[in-house]
Design a protein around this ligand. Sequence first.
Ligand code: NAP
Length: 253
Amino acid sequence: MSEPESAAAWPPAGCALVTGGSRGIGAAVALALAADGWPVAVNYNAGAQAAGEVVAAIEQAGGRAVAVQGDVADPQAPERVFAQAEEQLGAPVLALVNNAGITRDNLAPSLADEEWDAVIATNLSGAFRFTRRALKGMMRARTGRIVNIASVSALRANAGQSNYGAAKAGLIQFTRTVAVEVARRGVTVNAVAPGFIATDMTSALIGPDLLAAIPARRAGSTEEVAACVRFLVSRQASYVTGAVLTVDGGLGA
Ligand SMILES: NC(=O)c1ccc[n+]([C@@H]2O[C@H](COP(=O)([O-])OP(=O)(O)OC[C@H]3O[C@@H](n4cnc5c(N)ncnc54)[C@H](OP(=O)(O)O)[C@@H]3O)[C@@H](O)[C@H]2O)c1
């Protein structure tokens, strides 16, 4: 039986990688993990300037971070992103947050192949390939944390999001399955399922009707999601694996 993590130093001698860390939830997660002492690789696709600002904010707070470009939908991305992150931060990735995600909403009868494929490739296949790559080092180190950012749309139907809901539901079952595969190696794999969080992704959607449907009567903040991710990455969450933590103001209750 492996030693309980409560006996080991934390964070371990590794770095954290946050995909889509340049804006929104990912940026808040990167800042939160850095505040816990993790050197952080901030992955982005197009937003080099935004990623640089997240790195600067982490450094200003006394932490360490680097920005690493890579399109998570590109099957070649994990090798390149991990190599850059691990070389520049000088440590293996021992915490991975699969946060990068997109929407291409449309009702199913009108949904184009490209809209289906782009969402599956980014939100599901990307998380799979980044997880597969991360597990190499984590299993060797016999410790690791993987947190996948799912969505309330995986758990309840949201018209216009059959592609997104399918990808996020797939991500949840991927999370649970990998969790049981690697649990005895000291690696935990969990999902966080946010409801409506105020970011660029939802800025066009959040209005009075939507807020009235949320029991808390407000959108969530990126910091409220990051706090949950921070817990799942912490030493204290060492016995939590295969879980889905909803952060939705009661929307899915
Ligand atoms: N906001 C919500 O209400 C909500 C609710 C449930 C779940 N979520 C999930 O939470 C995650 C973050 O959402 P958000 O609201 O923070 O989104 P956002 O504000 O639109 O930010 C998306 C982030 O993902 C990055 N990204 C997008 N495509 C990428 C790709 N192919 N490769 C690498 N990075 C990519 C973006 O980087 P660039 O700018 O560089 O492209 C950006 O940093 C997503 O998985 C989303 O599905 C959000």
